[in-house]
Structures are given as C-alpha cells and as structure tokens.
Ligand binder design. Structure first.
Ligand code: COA
Ligand code: AMP
Length: 634
C-alpha cells in the first residue's frame, strides 16, 4: 500500500490514534484526555479535556522558537499602492495590543466579536486577538448588505464590532461605516462598542462614545496574554448560506481546528515552516479563515494578504507579480479568478516577465473546476494545478490530491480522492452506497474528522436537521456526484438551493425572499445559471399578483436593486423576468432544477412529477438563454 492508502486506512480504522499523532504538532497547555469523544453522538467532540490557545500556536510559539524576525504576514495592496511586512514578533505584538483593547472593552472568554473589515492587516490582527483572549470572532464579508450584517449581529450577539472606514473595490472606495451604522440600527441586539480603522481613503464619522478609533485605542492599550481555552471551545462562527434566507452559523472549535489545519499544510499542500503560502481569497470566506490566517501561521509560514483583484489591479498579471515578488511557494485561489485572468490574457503573456522559481503548485477550490480552465492554467503555468473540494462546514479539504503525502495522477474535472479522516460515500435515495460511477448524494460517514463543524451556533437542532437527518449516521454535504473505479470523486454540484457565484456561496432562497417582498410579486424562483466567468450567476423569475398592472422594465430594475440592497452586490443579481406561472410538482415544489437546465440551454425533458406540463411549455422560451448568452459547457 502507498502512503495515501496507508494513511487513509489508519485514519478511518483508528481515528483516535491517527489524530493523536497529528496533535503532537500543536502546543497544548493541558493535553487532551480523550481524542475522539463520542459520548454525546451524533455531536462528536475532538480532544476533550485538552487546553490550548490558537493564537499562541499561531504566533507566540514561533517567536519563541526562532521565527521572531521571519515575515509572518505580507500585506500587498495594489488598490492603495501599499505593502507592509509584519514579522512574527511584530504580528504577535500588534495582536497582543489589540487583544488588550478588546479586554479593556469588556470582552471576555466566550464573548463574540464581529469583524467587518476589508483585506487589511487589522482583519488578521483582530481575528488572532479574539483567539488570544478566548473570544469568538465572526467575520462578515464586506460585499454583504447591511440587512445580512444585521441578521448576523442578531444571531451572534457580539459585544464589540470591528470595522473600517472603507474597503477598496478595484478603483472604487466603498464606505463601510455607513453600512455598519445601518446594520446596527436594523439589528435588535444592541452592540456596546465599535472599533473603527480609519483608512486614508475615507474618514468615517465616529459616534462617540460607542465608536473608538483603532489607532487611538492601540496607543493606550496594554498587551494581553494568551488565555488557555478548552479544545472544544468555539474559536469562531462563520455564517454561510443555507437553503433559506437565514444563514447558518458554522461553529469551529479550537483544538480540532488547529490540529487539522496544521496536518493539511504538510499533507495536502506540501508546505512546511518558513515557506510562503498565498491564498488569494478574502478573510470573509472560509478559505480566508483557514488558509490566509490560521493554517499558514500555525505552520510557521509567511502568509500573503492581497487587497486586490485578479484583473484590473492593474491588470491580469497581478497574481504573477505578487507570486514572483514574494516568492510564493503555493498559490490557492478560486477557478473564477483564473477564468478572469484567462479572459483578459488568453496567451498568458503577462506571465512571461516572471519565471516564478519558487512556485510549486496552484491549488483551486470554492467551485467546480471546469476542465477548460484546468488545462489552460496547467499549460501557462507549467506546474501541477490541483483541484480540491471542501466547504465552509468542513473548514479544510474533504477531497484532494495530497501533494505532501502522495501526489497522484490528475484527472481533469475531479478533485481526486477522499482526504484521510473523511469517509466519503455516494448514497442513493434508499441509503445504499452507489456502485462505482453511479451518481448520488455525497455524504460523509460520521464521525467527521477534527476541524469540521461540531454544530451550528445556538442551533443544535438545525445542525442535525440540515446535515444528519437525511442519511442516519452520515453528514450530508449538499453536493451530488460519484466515485469512480479508481476511487476518484466527481463533484457535479449542489443538490439544494445554494449557488456558487464567482466562488461566493449564496442562497437562492434569500434572493427569493427579497423578490417576494415586492408588492407586485406573488411568487418567485431564483436559479443559478452557467456563466463563463463566474461559474454561475443568479437569474430570477417572478409571477405577478393577479390583476397587477406593472411597467415591466421598471419592476425589473426595482427587483435588481432590492436584491443588491438587501443581500448585497456580491450576489451579482442582474437578471429577472416576469413569467405567467412557475412549474411545480404535484406536491407544490417549484421545479428549480428543470428551470435551471432549460436556462442553461440544456435539452431538458418535462419531468413526470410536474403538475401542469402546459406551464413549462409556456415559459420555456422565457427561460431559454438568448442566442448570445454566455452559458458554457465543458
Ligand atoms: N466589499 C464591497 N463590495 C464588494 C466586495 C467587498 N468586499 N466584494 C465584492 N463586492 C462587489 C463588487 O464590487 C461587485 O459590485 P458591482 O456589481 O458594483 O460591480 C459585486 O460585489 C460582485 O463582485 P465580484 O463577485 O468580486 O465580481 P467582479 O465582477 O467585481 O469581479 C472576479 C469578478 C472574477 C474578478 C472576482 O469575482 C474574483 O476575484 N473572484 C474570485 C473569488 C474568490 O476569490 N473567492 C473566494 C473563494 S476561494
Ligand atoms: P463554501 O462553503 O463557500 O466553501 O462552498 C462550498 C461549496 O462550493 C461546495 O459544497 C461545492 O458545491 C462548491 N465547491 C467547492 N469546491 C469545489 C470543487 N473543488 N469542485 C466542485 N465544487 C466545489
């Protein structure tokens, strides 16, 4: 057996032993009493009885062990023309000071802090500062609208919110503070204090005494020490889109998270201490949490924080410039970013000035990697391009080509094999395992490995209902697909109402709620249709209340604006059409899958479960993409 097969078998055969070994790479204040605690199954816990501090493992430990002067964080911001390097000592000191600010604001172990910041070093410092004092951070992505932020404030009930005067979107300045003020007004939970980073590009109005200036607060603060917390204590909550408009608060613990992420750096990403890792994502997403902040720092790497886009800041050579300048060893981004680069620079001319001697691998995740994009990236880069599959809930890869353990043959379109710790199965509706190549629901047999979600914030019931109830003893990933005869996984896409727009996970349910709130709309369906750049984009279809006379172009404009204002610009909701009726099953379920297929330009037969086939016939021409539509096939 090769190293992968051996590790995989050990991880499933004796998970406690496997993860106890991995846990040796983490510094514990108190060693765990139990590695895998199944006492309250299906709520499994890892490393119970153990105590540690994640920030100590990410910063202080490296300062003490000879990395004090090594760069920990490289901030590269083409949108502001700024670069700054923080050594491990500097990052530890800034973090300890901000932890002191939070402590002086009354933040204690277990309290929540919402971080609504753009891609600036203060975002990383604020996250680590929370970890340092045992507080629980919840980072909210800047592209969400105030209403979405308010929903998160009400669910997480933070003591403090950390924000900035603005973010930079390409060349535009987006003021964050008015968005936050609006959100806090909408929220029922009252936030005591806000800390605001004043950026030179915009000055925020501070509402004193509630609001504090970051720099002023830091100038007066005293550093705070690391507080040991239980391995099972929450490190953060990250809200992600579910099938309804109410986001799911994915909880991450401290112990399992540190162990799993550290293990993944060596075994999946083939990256060791002292190397440079760059995840070109955003701290507001799980990729940013795991692979901009925690995993590289837990490993003693240098991480790159890039405030810019793959194109337009200033051009499609931006990624190659950053990779060359900072001697990046591994780059991780979403396929969308590569498609954007390919569109502007199809021959890869902007790559030519750089030879990237340090770059070993390009990792892609966040959405399906279409073979076209894979082949293009592999050709222009001349390096392994590694697709891997995971989700906010798991926090680290479920399926990958494990570059550090045993590199495998690449099959374009497949994220390769199940990662040790994950017992991945394709299940059929009756709960049986699909034969090789057979399509079904991708599920993971419990227990999930360390680092994955132990539950949803304040909602154990929803955790069980959403993930564990369909196939008892299994976690439902929400993705459909198959496993071939070589054990390679093929992920075909979500089987629920979640869509993936430019690598951003969004709920069509949330958009439908906004559309339905319009006084002229009786019902609505939003589906994700194929898009050459963003993978998928949402398209809305509304049925008007009977007897309603509307100016259709005006209505469409109002609906597009409503989604932008209430979900956020990140939804990229630009298209909506009026239809006479929505196709439904006899039990009243909207046939979104059928609508999506037709909208993608596929030849979709009328399903046998349809209540009224005439409805589908009537709306087919409206659903169908225009001749010049951008739907792509691979
Ligand atoms: N704050 C405020 N607004 C934001 C934002 C933020 N943090 N992030 C995005 N937005 C806005 C954008 O300005 C844009 O607004 P617009 O409609 O006024 O133009 C909208 O949300 C959509 O943004 P985006 O999805 O980024 O699309 P884009 O057209 O600006 O850029 C890409 C297209 C492909 C370059 C971009 O989507 C990209 O870099 N994708 C990679 C995704 C990624 O890294 N995902 C992380 C998972 S690994
Ligand atoms: P998120 O929680 O935002 O990371 O989104 C997770 C979802 O993105 C998954 O459930 C998949 O639908 C999709 N996804 C992520 N990575 C991949 C991949 N490599 N291949 C196919 N789909 C992916």
């Amino acid at each position: 057996m090769g190293p992968y097969a051996t590790a995989y078998e050990r991880s499933l055969g004796d998970p406690a032993r496997f993860w106890a070994e991995a846990a040796r790479d983490i510094r514990w204040r108190t060693p765990p009493e139990r590695i895998l605690d199944d006492g309250a199954a299906p709520y499994y816990r890892w490393f119970t009885g153990g105590e540690l501090n994640t920030c100590e493992n990410a910063l202080d430990r490296h300062v003490e062990q000879g990395r004090a002067d090594q760069p920990a964080l490289i901030y590269d911001s083409p949108v502001t023309g700024t670069q700054r390097i923080f050594t491990y000592r500097e990052l530890r000191d800034e973090t300890a000071l901000f932890a002191g600010v939070l402590r002086d604001l009354g933040v204690e172990r277990g309290d929540r802090v919402i971080i609504y910041l753009p891609m600036i070093p203060q975002a990383v410092i604020a996250m680590l500062a929370c970890a340092r004092i045992g507080a629980v951070h919840s980072v909210v992505f800047g592209g969400f609208a105030p209403r979405e932020l308010a929903v998160r404030v009400d669910d997480a009930r933070p003591k403090v919110v950390v924000t900035a005067s603005c973010g930079m979107e390409g060349g535009r300045v987006i003021e964050y503070k008015p968005l936050l003020d609006d959100a806090l007004e909408r929220a029922s939970h009252k936030v005591g204090r806000c800390v605001v980073v004043q950026r030179p590009q915009a000055a925020a109005t501070l509402l004193r005494p509630r609001d504090l200036d970051w720099d002023e607060a830091m100038a007066e603060a005293r550093p705070a020490d690391c507080v040991p917390v239980a391995a099972t204590d929450p490190l953060y909550i990250l809200y992600t889109s579910g099938t309804t408009g109410r986001p799911k608060g994915v909880v991450r613990d401290n112990g399992g998270h540190a162990v799993a992420l550290r293990w993944s750096m060596s075994n999946v990403y083939d990256i060791g201490p002292g190397e440079v890792f760059w995840a070109a994502s955003d701290v507001g997403w799980v990729v940013g949490h795991s692979y901009i902040v925690y995993a590289p720092l837990l490993t003693g790497c240098t991480t790159v924080l890039y405030e810019g886009k793959p194109v337009g800041t200033p051009n499609a050579g931006a990624f190659w410039r950053v990779a060359a300048e900072h001697r990046v060893n591994a780059l991780f981004t979403a396929p969308t970013a590569i498609r954007a680069i390919k569109k502007e620079d199809p021959e890869g001319r902007l790559l030519k000035p750089y030879d990237l001697p340090a770059l070993r691998t390009l990792f892609l995740a966040g959405e399906r990697l279409d073979p076209d994009t894979y082949h293009w990236a592999a050709r222009v880069l001349g390096r392994p391009v590694i697709d891997h599959w995971w989700q906010t809930e798991t926090g680290w890869p479920i399926a990958a080509n494990l570059r550090g353990l045993e590199p495998m043959t690449i099959k374009a379109g497949s994220p390769t094999v199940a990662v040790p710790g994950y017992d991945v199965r394709v299940l059929l509706p009756d709960g049986s395992v699909a034969p090789p190549g057979g399509e079904g629901d991708i599920a993971i047999r419990l227990p999930l490995p360390p680092g994955t979600l132990p539950t949803l914030w304040n909602d154990d019931e929803r955790y069980v209902e959403a993930y564990l109830s369909q196939y008892p003893g299994h976690y439902l990933t929400g993705d459909g697909g198959s496993i071939d005869e070589d054990g390679y996984l093929w992920v075909m896409g979500r089987t629920d109402d979640v869509i993936n727009v430019a690598g951003h996970r969004l709920s069509t349910g949330a958009m439908e709620e906004v559309l339905c709130a319009h006084p002229a709309v009786a019902e609505a369906a939003v589906v994700g249709v194929r898009d050459t750049l963003k993978g998928q984009v949402p398209r809305g279809f509304v049925v008007l209340k009977s007897g309603t006379e509307v100016d259709e172009p005006r209505l469409r404009g109002e609906l597009v604006l409503a989604v932008r204002e209430q979900v956020g610009p990140v939804a990229s909701f630009k298209e909506v059409a009026v239809v006479p009726a929505l196709p439904k099953t006899r039990s009243g379920k909207i046939l979104r899958g059928t609508m999506r297929g037709i909208a993608d330009g596929d030849d979709v037969p009328t399903p046998s479960t349809i209540e009224d086939p005439a409805v589908l016939d009537r709306i087919r021409p409206i659903l169908r993409p225009p001749a010049a539509a951008s739907g792509y096939k691979d």
